[in-house]
Structures are given as C-alpha cells and as structure tokens.
Design a protein around this ligand. Structure first.
Ligand code: S3P
Ligand code: PEP
Length: 407
C-alpha cells in the first residue's frame, strides 16, 4: 500500500492514546509464561507482541516470529531451557540475516542443544529443549542487549540462577535495566555491577497484575511533529516521569529542538516553545537507538545540522538503518553522510516535494518520515509496515488533521 500524506496546517493540537511498550510487553509475556499467571494491563497491540503471544501459546514444532527481534532473541533462550520441547524457531527473511550467534554460543556454553538449519549464526534454529544447570556464562555486550535480557529472564528459571559476565562495551543499557526492574517487581533478586549481572533463581510469582507503560519509541513521532510545528499542544498517554524505557530521554533531548514536556497525571503534554532553533545539535544515542531515525528526520525538517553517534547497532535492525536514512533523506534533498556508527546532517531548507519514501520493511522508516509531511507532501511505499510496533499510527495522524490518501 502506498500512502500520500499531507498537512498544511502548522498548528497541531490533539489527544493521542498509545498502547503499551512492546519491549515491556514482550518481557512480561515471557515472564508470565515462566513464572506466574499475573494479568498484563495495557499490553502492546503491536504485531511483535502478537507473535510473541502466539509463539508462547503454540504447541506446533515450527514457530515463526516474523520480524520481531525481541521475540527471536527471548524465545531462543526460552525454548533452549524448555525441557523436552523440540522447536524450529524461524522468522522473516530479514530475521534470517540478523545475527544470533553470540546468544546461541552463550546458551550452548550453558549446555543448550541448538543447531543452525541454514546459515551458521542465523535463524532458522533447531532447538532441543533441555534443563540448563550451569550457572555462569560470558558474552560480548556490544552487539545487542536483547541477548543479555534473554539470558537474564531465562536465567531466573534455572535451578541455580545465572551469572552473566559482559565483555567489552555494553550497548542499549536501559533495556538491560528494564529487564532487571521487571524481575525486581516480580520479586526476583538480581544485581548489575560493572560487567557482571547476577540473577537469583525465582519462585512462583504472587503478583496479581502488572501494568505496562505506553510506548516511548512510538511517542517520538509526536515529539517530531511538535518540533516541526509553529505551535503544538499534544497530549499523549499513558506515560509517567519515572519510566523503565530508555527512550523516555526524548523529553530531555527534544528541549534542544524546542519541545517542552509537562508530565500530567498518566500523560505527557508536548508544547512547542517559541525560541530560536539551534544551528547544530549532537546526541549520543547508544542508549536509545530506536529514536535515531526520528531525530534525524526532525533535524532535517527543521533545517538544523546534527551529529548522531552511538549508532553501531543500527546496521543489524529491521534494515541497515544508517544506509536507509542516507538514501531516503538524500531523496528529500539532504546533505548527509554516515559511518558504520554515526550520522551527520547539514542544515538546509530546500526540500523536495512528493518524494516516495522506501520503507525497507522497517516500521520506523515510515513513522520517522511521516512528520516531514508538515514541510511537503510525502509518499510511503508499504505503509502498512507500521504494524510491527504501532498499528494505529496512520489513524492517529489522521485525528491530528493529516490528509491520507491511498494511491
Ligand atoms: O530489549 C529490547 O526490548 C530492545 C532492545 C534494543 O535492541 P538492541 O539491544 O539490539 O540495540 C532496541 O533497539 C529494540 O527495539 C528493543
Ligand atoms: C529494533 C527494533 O525492534 P526489534 O529489534 O525487536 O526487532 C525496533 O523496534 O526498532
């Protein structure tokens, strides 16, 4: 589906409700399967959470998690420790290119029986579930924190718990902290000091319910809208100041781009401030990689030069996000350069109109470019990619007065 998006009104106001964080949801679904029958409130309605739910309920041998990175990584550990279950864990063609070797090696060190069915280091995997009794493992921590979160959650189900030694630079740290906080809320003890994580074995949880905060990565697109408007008053819910999600750093980062955040009861109010825009901004996004695309497009649309660093994980996400950003921003007229871990953009204001953005099967390519419609009409190939994390995305834009046409 190709969508044309237009918005000529530079003043926006509205009230948007976003469902639960997909990161928190997919952790809680796994923890629910492992430790107890607690209810989950405000669960994400994303495709990634749907496939996670289906996979955990499935009795089939083959489990297909499509594009969901968290599901792939979390379930590899889950099925490896599921005594007696034999599983073929597979995903989309892109998932079969996203590396999993570090996690498989760590699980094999713990005694797991996992075989690669196609290419060494990649899904599909053949997993013969076993009781994992060793309790110490080490792995490189600079590729994906999802491997570490997977080991932490499944580690709590092992008879002796798990000690995880992290080697080298640790990436996406808030996601590791999120996993730890959820374990703590379920009464599972853990520590994370320096390069060492210790997880104690869990008992059955007696917690009746857990509530998921709404998704901050999804909120980023409204920050971008507010930054690109002359005036904006957007209320988005349900959010809290003390978030488990690293992407809540948006509230701080976007003050530099003229957006004021006020925390209300259960919501945030985003308002455009009337102050001169900066010439150039620089952000290190190693702790919040999922908002890199949003920020790059906001800066481009504002005519603000930017230097984004800490982007070493972007090449192995839904697509190579650095190359995809370079290609699509260039089509809009940007002067952009990328390395394998950074992006640099000059501030220009001569924008191309009616450009068709390729989305590369990456939900965030569509959603990050959508606010640019405030500058010029823009088209999207495969607009339905948003379903991966935010199925209501285009409808929510419609409620803010954006004109959307299928072409
Ligand atoms: O644990 C998680 O929920 C996630 C961790 C991050 O991945 P990496 O740790 O691979 O950077 C993030 O990009 C992804 O969207 C969700
Ligand atoms: C990278 C992402 O997801 P995942 O790795 O879970 O597929 C994302 O949602 O931006």
């Amino acid at each position: 589906m190709i969508l044309l998006l237009e918005q000529k009104e530079p003043k926006l106001s509205g009230d948007i409700k976003i469902t639960g964080s997909k990161s928190e949801s997919n952790r809680l679904l796994l923890l629910q399967a492992l430790f107890g029958n607690f209810k989950i409130k405000n669960l994400s309605n994303s495709n990634d959470s749907e496939v996670m739910q289906k996979a955990l309920a499935s009795k089939e041998k083959t489990v297909d998690i499509h594009h969901a990175g968290t599901a792939m990584r979390f379930l590899t550990a889950y099925f490896a420790a599921f005594e007696g279950r034999e599983t073929i864990l597979t995903g989309s063609s892109r998932m079969q290119e996203r590396p999993i070797k570090l996690l498989v090696d760590a699980l094999r060190d713990l005694g797991a029986d996992i075989t690669y069915l196609k290419n060494e280091g990649y899904a599909p995997l053949y997993i013969k579930g076993k009781k994992l009794e060793k309790n110490k493992v080490s792995l490189a921590a600079n590729v994906s924190s999802q491997y570490i979160s997977a080991l932490m959650m499944v580690g709590a189900s092992m008879p002796n718990g798990l000690e995880i030694e992290l080697l080298g630079q640790i990436t996406s740290v808030p996601y590791i902290e999120m996993t730890r906080s959820l374990l703590t809320q379920l009464g599972i003890e853990s520590s994370f000091k320096g390069q060492l994580i210790k997880i104690a074995p869990a008992g059955k949880s007696t917690i009746p319910e857990m509530t998921v905060e709404s998704d901050w990565s999804s909120a980023s697109y409204f920050y971008s809208l507010a930054a690109l408007c002359d005036s904006a008053k957007l209320k988005i819910s349900s959010y809290k100041e003390n978030s488990l999600q690293g992407d809540s750093v948006l509230a701080e980062l976007y003050t530099k781009l003229g957006v004021k955040t006020t925390f209300l009861e259960n919501a945030v109010l985003l308002e455009k401030e009337n102050k001169p825009k900066p010439q150039r901004v620089a952000f290190d996004l190693a702790n919040s990689p999922d908002i890199a695309q949003t920020i790059a497009v906001t800066c481009y649309g504002m005519g603000v030069a930017c230097d984004l660093t800490g982007l070493h994980t972007l090449k192995i996400k839904e697509t190579d996000r650095l190359e995809a950003l370079k290609a699509e921003l260039s089509k809009l007229g940007a002067n952009i350069s990328v390395t394998d871990k950074s992006l640099h953009l000059e501030g220009v204001t001569n924008f191309q109109s009616e450009v068709t953005i390729k989305t590369y099967q990456d939900h965030r390519m569509a959603m990050a470019f959508a606010p640019f419609a405030l500058r010029a009409p823009i088209l999207f190939e495969d607009a339905e990619v948003v379903n991966k994390s935010y199925p209501d995305f285009w409808n929510d834009f419609k409620t803010l007065g954006f004109k959307i046409k299928e072409v």
